[in-house]
Ligand binder design. Structure first.
Ligand SMILES: [Fe+2]
Length: 411
């Protein structure tokens, strides 16, 4: 409390006391007047004073103004305190109402779905975007189980809400879902457990519809891939024996990466790296690249430098950074005898191990100036023979399996 406020309160208290004293003063005057009337005195100020002073019991009556002063002063003080409390409560109430209003505006206008689910997976709260994603009104959503709404009748596979109830931690998931209106959405889910007294009483689920964002990203990626294809065309223009090589390596490497369970982004990086794995050959003379005879040691060294040149070419572009690392190591051997860094086994990035197999297979089955291409069966046999030496055995077996599945070609 400030000193000015304290002074103001003190002054008000004195005023209340004086007010009480004034009211209380009426009582002894009234009593004295009653006595005067009873005893037949004239009504004058002098008679009033003498009558009052001539009765000793009037002392008791004279205490009434002081009592009233105390009573009214205390009452006024309490009243002031109550008024202040009420003012503060009104202010807090207004702030709360404003906060609730703002929260409502945020929840209603956010392009993100916010829901609260209870332990029975029933909706306790759903904002406007939730209704839009689900294709249902708020009344249709509240009280219903989330998995009944998506029409499955059982908890969805990988449901982050179910996981959050058990783990008591924030859980994440991305899935493709078709709503009641038949629209397919790609949604990102974040489930935040509400923990009370050590128990998860509910889960806040935040759902973001990333369909449009992904479509935009895909469009951007398509534009980048068109640029990549132009670059690939330039590489293949220089090397007359590699027509279509990069596209085939990309296709096989992508299939292997998906079959090995790599993430969406990792598969994309492998595919980009596969398309551009020989981009470093741009700096090598066409005479060396297309030489129909055995290379000299110097020529071979120039060719061995192409993975490093390739990585350096792409290193300035953030989008190609991971692909650049894969490109650097696509000629490493599983037993550590490759180049440029002589990495071995799992030291070699998985993307590079995958491209190494896909690249070698395509080279084996392709005709060269100095030799005829192998048959598919011979190439597969060669890959298996070199598994654990040049190639990652798991990648070789995955390649053979995906090749059989995709091409229906017997190894
Ligand atoms: Fe290469």
């Amino acid at each position: 409390m400030g000193s000015n406020e304290a002074k103001e309160k003190g002054a008000k208290h004195i005023i209340y006391c004086l007010y009480g004293f004034g009211i209380g003063l009426l009582f002894p005057i009234f009593i004295t007047l009653v006595v005067m009337v009873n005893q037949g005195y004239d009504l004058s100020l002098g008679a009033l004073v003498s009558t009052h002073l001539s009765h000793s019991w009037m002392i008791l009556v004279d205490t009434v103004p002081f009592g009233m002063a105390f009573f009214v002063g205390t009452l006024g003080k309490q009243n002031d305190e109550l008024a202040i409390k009420k003012k503060m409560l009104d202010l807090a109430q207004k702030k709360l109402e404003e906060k609730n209003r703002l929260m409502q505006v945020i929840f209603d206008n956010a392009p993100v779905a916010y829901v609260i689910l209870n332990r029975d997976f029933r909706f306790e709260f759903a904002n406007r975007t939730t209704c839009s994603i689900a294709g249902l009104s708020e009344e249709e959503l509240l009280g219903r189980r989330c998995y009944d709404i998506v029409g499955k009748g059982v908890i969805c596979k990988g449901c982050p809400v179910a996981k959050a109830f058990v783990s008591k931690q924030i859980e994440y998931n991305t899935k493709v879902e078709q709503n009641r209106l038949g629209k397919t959405n790609i949604i990102d889910q974040v489930a935040v457990p509400i923990v009370e007294n050590g128990q998860v009483t509910g889960v806040i689920e935040i759902v973001t519809n990333i369909t449009e964002r992904l479509e935009m990203a895909n469009q951007r990626e398509e534009e980048l891939m068109a640029t990549i294809n132009t670059l690939v065309g330039l590489i293949e223009l220089k090397d007359k024996y590699t027509g279509g090589h990069s596209q085939r390596v990309r296709k096989w490497a992508g299939s292997i990466a998906r079959a090995m369970g790599l993430s969406f982004n990792e598969v994309r990086d492998v595919e980009i790296a596969a398309s551009l794995h020989d981009i470093g050959k741009i700096g090598i003379a066409e005479l060396i690249l297309n030489k129909p005879a055995e290379l000299t040691e110097g020529e071979y060294e120039a060719i061995k430098n192409h993975p490093v040149v390739g990585e350096n070419t792409l290193s300035g572009l953030e989008f190609f950074r991971n692909a650049g690392k894969i490109i650097r190591h696509h000629h490493e051997a599983y037993n550590g005898s490759g180049y440029p860094d002589k990495l071995a086994g799992e030291e070699i990035p998985i993307g590079a191990r995958i491209i190494c197999v896909a690249d070698a297979y395509d080279a084996m089955i392709s005709d060269r100036a100095y030799r005829k291409g192998m048959t598919n069966g011979d190439a597969i046999e060669e890959l298996r023979r070199l598994a654990g030496i040049q190639f990652d055995p798991e990648v070789v077996e995955t390649f053979i399996r995906t090749w059989n599945d995709d091409q229906n070609c017997v190894a």
